[in-house]
Design a protein around this ligand. Structure first.
Ligand code: SF4
Length: 490
C-alpha cells in the first residue's frame, strides 16, 4: 500500500473548501432506505462524488448499494431501492480527496460493512482520522486486511480486533484509539448508533418521525422527510437507538472543551439548517452586518457571489444602507463541470456557472460579497466579468478571515502553498486580484457573528478555526509525519 499523501489540488471547483461527507441513518420506519435516500439528497452539498446505503431486514439480512454520482440519479430507481428493504438503514455521501473521479474506487465509497462473530455492522463516517496512517500500519502488522484507501476503514478493523462483547462496545473501544474529527452513524441488525468526537468538530443531530429515529449531519435533511428536530448529539456522546429501548446515551471519551468547526457556519452547512441552536442563514446575515461595520466603503450596489455569499451580502447591504442587487446570476442547471483541469478551462468554468447582470452593474461602484477566498482564481475571474460589464469600481468583502492553513478534519483544502492567504498579505492579495479594495471579516468579528459577544477567547478558543489561525485543536499526526509544518508558537 502506498502512503497517503497530502491532498493534491482538486481538478474541479478547487477554489472552495469542500466538506467531504454527509451521513444519515434511520431506525424504526418501514423501508428506511427510502428515507435515507431523501436525507442524503438533502445533504448532497456535503459530497457529490458518490453515495452509499446499507439496510437491514430481518428476513433478508444486510443489503448495500454504492454508486458514483448524485443521489437523485441513483437512489430514485424503484428496482434499486427494492434491494434495500427493512426498518433500519444508514447512508453516506462523499466528496473525494484523491484528486480525480477516475482515482476513486467504488470500494472507497461508504458505508463500510464488517461481519463479526457477534453479527454484522455498517459504519459511515464524516470527518478525518488524523492518526489513520499509524493505526493502519499497526493493524496491517497484526494481520488486518484493508479493502479501501479510506481512513474510515480503520474503525471497522479496530472493531474486528476488539474482544468487547457487543458491537456498540466494540465501536466505543475502536473510537477511543482514533484521533481527529469524527461524526459516525453505524448500524447493527437491531440498533442505530451515533457518535461525535470529544471536540464535536463535525455536526450530528437527532430527529424523530412517528416511532422512528433519525441521525443526520444537518437539520435540513430532517425537514425533507418531515421529521422533528430533537437535539444535537453532544460532543463526545454516543447514542444507541433501537425500536425496543429508544435512545440510550452515554459519554465514553475523556471530556474536553468543544471545538465545533466555525466554517460550518460560514459555508459548509445549508442556510436552512440549525447549528448550535442558531439559524445558519441568520448567522451568515450577521457576518455581513459585522463585515459592513468593520470594512465600510462608499459604493452604489452590494452584490453576492451566489449562492453562498447571499445572506452575508443581505446583511452587509442592510447595515451599510447601500442597495442590494443580484449582479451575478447563477446557472442553476450547471452542476459540477467534469472537464479538464487546465487553468484556461477552469476560468471558462466560472463563465459557465455565473453570468453578470449587465443592466444592473453598468456604471456602478460594486461591492462583491463572497464567503471565502481560497486560491483566488474564481475571484479574479468574477472581478473581470464585473468590469467587462461596465462597473466603475469593484470592492471585495469576504465573509471569513483569510484561509491560510489547510484543514485536516474532513474538509478538502488545496495544499498550503496554493492558498492565497498563506503566501500573501491582504494588500498583496488586493494587488493580485486587481480590485479597488479587498477586506476580510476579522476572526473576532466572525466569533461575534456566531454569537460569541466577547469575540474569540485566545487562551481557550470556543471553535475550531485552524484554517484561519493555524492553531490545530487536534495534532495532525499523519500530516506531520509527511512533513507538514505547524505554525510556530508565538
Ligand atoms: S480547520 Fe477547523 S474550522 Fe477550518 S474547516 Fe477544518 S474543521 Fe472547520
Amino acid at each position: 500500500m502506498s502512503t497517503p499523501q497530502l491532498p493534491p489540488a482538486h481538478p474541479f471547483d478547487d477554489d472552495k473548501l469542500r466538506e467531504e461527507c454527509g451521513i444519515f441513518g434511520v431506525v424504526g420506519i418501514t423501508d428506511a432506505a427510502n428515507f435515507v435516500a431523501l436525507g442524503l439528497h438533502a445533504l448532497q452539498h456535503r459530497g457529490q462524488e458518490a453515495g452509499g446505503i446499507v439496510s437491514h431486514d430481518r428476513d433478508q439480512g444486510f443489503n448495500s448499494a454504492r454508486r458514483f454520482g448524485y443521489v437523485r440519479d441513483n437512489f430514485t430507481s424503484q428496482s434499486l431501492m427494492e434491494t434495500l428493504p427493512g426498518p433500519l438503514a444508514i447512508g453516506h455521501v462523499r466528496y473525494s480527496t484523491t484528486g480525480s473521479k477516475g482515482n476513486t474506487a467504488i470500494r472507497d465509497v461508504q458505508p463500510f460493512f464488517g461481519e463479526f462473530s457477534l453479527g454484522g455492522a455498517a459504519v459511515a463516517h464524516n470527518g478525518n482520522i488524523t492518526n489513520a496512517n499509524a493505526l493502519r500500519r499497526e493493524l496491517i502488522e497484526r494481520g488486518s486486511i484493508f479493502q479501501s484507501s479510506s481512513d474510515s476503514e480503520c474503525i471497522i478493523n479496530l472493531m474486528a480486533r476488539s474482544m468487547a462483547r457487543s458491537i456498540p462496545d466494540r465501536m466505543e473501544e475502536a473510537l477511543r484509539k482514533v484521533e481527529g474529527a469524527f461524526s459516525v452513524v453505524a448500524m447493527t441488525r437491531t440498533k442505530l448508533i451515533g457518535v461525535r468526537d470529544p471536540l464535536g468538530v463535525r455536526p450530528l443531530v437527532l430527529g424523530q418521525l412517528g416511532d422512528g429515529w433519525i441521525l443526520s449531519s444537518e437539520t435540513c435533511a430532517l425537514d425533507i422527510i418531515g421529521a422533528d428536530f430533537v437535539r444535537e448529539i453532544d460532543p463526545g456522546e454516543m447514542v444507541v437507538i433501537s425500536e425496543k429501548n429508544g435512545v440510550e446515551s452515554h459519554f465514553p471519551f475523556r471530556q474536553r472543551k468543544p471545538r465545533f468547526c466555525i466554517f460550518e457556519h460560514v459555508y459548509f452547512s445549508r442556510p436552512d439548517s440549525i447549528l448550535g441552536g442558531r439559524s445558519v442563514y441568520e448567522t451568515r446575515r450577521q457576518i455581513g452586518v459585522e463585515l459592513a461595520r468593520e470594512a465600510p466603503v462608499e459604493a452604489d450596489l452590494v452584490c453576492p457571489v451566489p449562492d453562498s455569499g447571499t445572506p452575508a451580502a443581505i446583511g452587509y447591504a442592510h447595515e451599510s444602507g447601500i442597495p442590494y442587487g443580484m449582479g451575478i446570476i447563477r446557472n442553476q442547471y450547471m452542476g459540477r463541470t467534469f472537464i479538464e483541469p487546465t487553468e484556461q478551462i477552469r476560468n471558462m468554468g466560472v463563465r459557465l456557472k455565473l453570468n453578470v447582470n449587465r443592466a444592473l452593474i453598468k456604471g456602478k461602484r460594486v461591492i462583491l460579497v463572497d464567503d471565502s477566498v481560497v486560491r483566488g482564481t474564481t475571484s479574479r475571474k468574477i472581478k473581470e466579468m464585473i468590469l467587462d460589464a461596465g462597473a466603475s469600481e469593484v470592492h471585495f468583502r469576504i465573509a471569513s478571515p483569510p484561509t491560510a492553513w489547510p484543514c485536516f478534519y474532513g474538509v478538502y483544502t488545496p495544499q498550503r502553498e496554493k492558498l492565497l492567504a498563506a503566501t500573501m498579505s491582504e494588500e498583496e492579495m488586493r494587488d493580485h486580484l486587481q480590485v479597488d479594495s479587498l477586506r476580510f471579516i476579522s476572526l473576532n468579528g466572525l466569533y461575534r457573528a456566531v454569537g460569541e459577544a466577547g469575540g474569540r477567547n485566545d487562551l481557550h478558543p470556543q471553535y475550531c478555526d485552524a484554517c484561519f489561525s493555524g492553531e490545530y485543536p487536534v495534532r495532525p499526526a499523519d500530516m506531520l509525519e509527511q512533513g507538514f509544518e505547524m505554525k510556530a508558537a508565538e
